[in-house]
Design a protein around this ligand. Structure first.
Ligand code: ARG
Length: 460
């Protein structure tokens, strides 16, 4: 092994063979090729503008980079592990294509500011993709909510039937969560959109560069103020991973509900054949694999966040090759999140809600017991604590007789509280319960319709 021709000037011999295994990042950072070329073009043009390199050399560099861009797009570019990473691969190919002018490109630049420029550009686009994936999922949920704004199901706390709600209201709860996720990506994207290019290795450069020019050419809002921060900071990547982790936890909650809802015991939703798999031994099975995989993949995304946070923790300023470990974690999280979002959006659009099963599930758990207590407060003017006790005693009677509250005889209620009248039956059905919850953000279909309207204008 000869010494690396890109930096081998003072090296008498090549690296140990294990170094050729541990050092290269090309297998994964080839994903930064487009961004790397964009960064190099902006840098070369700025160098020429500042008369740091000649115009002819700049034109040769741009022409060569265009050719390389095409080779990479066609899949004809030969990536080499011996050249370590995407930056050195491209620079080496540029030398083959245009000769010595290629060597001028790396003036007033280092791989340290180069790589993190590429990475910020890549993540800026990843934030856009996450936003689009989240919006598509919101639209699918909104579609279900529109169809089921008045479909009654049991709402749960502690996984016990609590109070009736509508399925549309439930779907819109996720629309809210995914909207906040979009906000987190948008915040992260704004904060990461500053240019590290021109920080050079760590201290800046003696060449009269113009960092505003490269920053602008690459669509950054401004150059980063501190060169040491520019090459060493990775909080922008952590922020993306944190946003991805939170979005993934939301996905996993929804996935968990779909798994549960699609069991025969619930039967709240049916996934079509397209979104279920069979069992090789049990012919009756319809397994919700996509939902389970989405739920499971949340662990990967959180793992990616923890891995990078651990890499950065305690790392002295400025650049250390530890930071080469940043990219795989981010790529994995982005791939996982984008796949999960696409699969979830398709699955939500595909599922069929079973309104009869949802309504029937409201019967066994006395979910209108709170409505009974509220009626006793409102009409009989009892303190809530006393009303709670009366309603609890009535639930006990209904339970013993095996009937729902709205099927219990008035006489049975009056045996517990003689002042109760037949008027009470107006509040004991799940329909009445849901319709009465007209407070802002409540589950009454009229309120759900307002939410639907709100989202329609945002989601288009
Ligand atoms: N492949 C490196 C990375 O991913 C690029 C920067 C290398 N800089 C250096 N001085 N070794 O971080």
């Amino acid at each position: 092994m000869v010494t690396n021709k890109m930096w081998g000037g003072r090296f008498a011999r090549g690296p140990a063979s294990i170094m050729e295994v541990i050092t290269p990042s090309i297998d994964f950072d080839k994903r930064l090729a487009v961004q790397d070329i964009a960064g190099s073009k902006a840098h070369a043009r700025m160098l020429a503008m500042q008369q740091i390199i000649g115009q002819a050399d700049c034109e040769a560099i741009i022409r060569g980079l265009d050719l390389i861009e095409n080779e990479i797009a066609d899949g004809t570019f030969a990536f080499s592990r011996a050249l370590e990473d995407i930056h050195l691969n491209i620079e080496s190919r540029l030398r083959e294509l245009i000769g010595d002018a290629a060597g001028r490109l790396h003036t007033a630049r280092s791989r340290n500011d180069q790589v993190v420029t590429d990475f910020r550009l890549w993540l800026r686009e990843a934030c856009v993709r996450a936003d689009q994936g989240l919006e598509a999922l919101q639209r699918a949920l909104h579609g279900q909510a529109e169809a089921h704004y008045a479909t009654i199901m049991p709402g749960y706390t502690h996984m016990q039937p609590a109070q009736p709600v509508t399925f549309g209201h439930h779907c819109l709860a996720y629309v809210e969560m995914f909207y906040r996720d979009r906000g987190r990506f948008s915040d992260a994207s704004k904060r990461l959109n500053e240019s590290p290019l021109g920080a050079a290795a760590l201290a800046g450069t003696p060449f009269p560069i113009d960092r505003d020019v490269t920053s602008k050419a690459l669509g950054f809002a401004r150059p980063m103020r501190n060169s040491l921060d520019a090459v060493s900071a990775r909080d922008f990547a952590l922020e993306y991973l944190a946003a991805a982790t939170i979005a993934a936890t939301h996905l996993s909650r929804l996935a968990g509900e779909i798994v549960q809802w699609s069991t025969p015991a619930f039967g709240f939703v049916r996934l079509s054949d397209a979104f279920t798999t069979g069992s090789s031994i049990m012919p009756q099975k319809r397994n919700p694999d996509a939902a389970e995989l989405i739920r499971g993949k949340t662990g990967r995304v959180l793992g990616d966040f923890v891995a990078l946070a651990t890499v950065v923790k305690g790392l002295v300023l400025t650049y250390g090759t530890d930071l080469q470990e940043d990219k795989e974690r981010v790529f994995d999280a982005a791939d996982t999140l984008e796949l999960s979002l696409a699969a979830m959006a398709a699955m939500v659009a595909d599922l069929t809600a079973n309104a009869e099963k949802m309504r029937a599930a409201c019967e066994p758990g006395f979910p209108t017991a709170t409505d009974l207590a509220d009626w006793v407060v409102r009409v009989l003017k009892k303190p809530f604590r006393e009303a709670h006790h009366i309603a609890g005693s009535i639930v006990k009677v209904a339970e013993d007789k095996g009937v729902s509250l709205d099927k219990l005889a008035l006489a049975d209620m009056q045996a517990i509280e003689p002042a109760i009248t037949a008027e009470v039956f107006k509040v004991l059905s799940p329909e009445a319960s849901v319709n009465s919850r007209m407070s802002l953000g409540g589950t009454a279909p009229a309120r759900v319709k307002e939410q639907l309207h709100h989202w329609r204008s945002i989601l288009r």
